[in-house]
Design a binder for this molecule. Sequence first.
Ligand code: PRP
Ligand code: ZN
Length: 283
Amino acid sequence: MLRIAVQTKGRLYDETMSLIAEAGIKLDKGNRMLLVAARNFPAEMLFLRDDDIPPSVANGAADIGIVGENEFVEKGEPARIIKKLGFSKCRLSLAIPKSENYPGLEWFNGKTIATSYPKILKDFLQAHQINADIHVITGSVEISPGIGLSDAIFDIVSSGSTLVTNQLKEVEVVMQSEAILIANPQLSAEKRAILDELLFRFNAVQLAEGKKYVLMNIPTANLQQIIEVLPGMRSPSIMPLAKEGWSSLHAVIDEQRFWEVIGKLKSLGAEGILVVPIEKMIL
Ligand code: PRP
Ligand code: ZN
């Protein structure tokens, strides 16, 4: 049995739960339960506040955890990073009142900075030989300059709308962050085997992201040109159609690139183009 620590709520929650679901793991329905077993996989989910995830994984209360890289780096706990998960991307930045003129990092000398990430901030300030006061607060960091609690803030920025709302401007990006999978360094062989199976499934879900399966009918005479137009395509399947001179082409492509090439495909005579989502991909 593998115990997976995840956030009870907050920025990672939705995407973490959908990754778990796409990996085919079904959870017993339990209302606001702390520990929920999977019905069809040897794992259980432990719902925690994000601050508690790194220490729980480090001390073995959980075997693995899904947490923001920012939270993991801040806590400095001895767990291992297994994989970056590619979602909940954000950055940790310094921001100051919009009206301030910003000449560079030296602006922060002698200033007070409010944050929930004192360790990351302290390391950054030290590395740049800036002398500022760090004021630790756990929530609503963004309002502190407005109410005179600090001169600046150091906080998570994602869309940037919190900064705009609070008349702040981002002046330094200190670190980029995303959801990561962490593990206790001393997993038993049995647990490691379950983790391997989980990673196999996560990889299959991640690989399929942004990928589409396309099917189209093409004039066989233009086959070569059409293959050249479709970027990054691995050997497509070609099947003859009953109609003389026509073939059906099936391939996996990046969705974004599809829009670049659709016009060319049509001008090369492609017809009946179907674009189908891919749920999982195993190479
Ligand atoms: C973070 C951060 C800001 C907000 C920034 O809070 O503290 O409030 O996100 O996001 P934006 O750039 O998209 O506006 P979060 O939602 O993680 O909750 P928290 O305040 O409890 O940390
Ligand atoms: Zn916040």
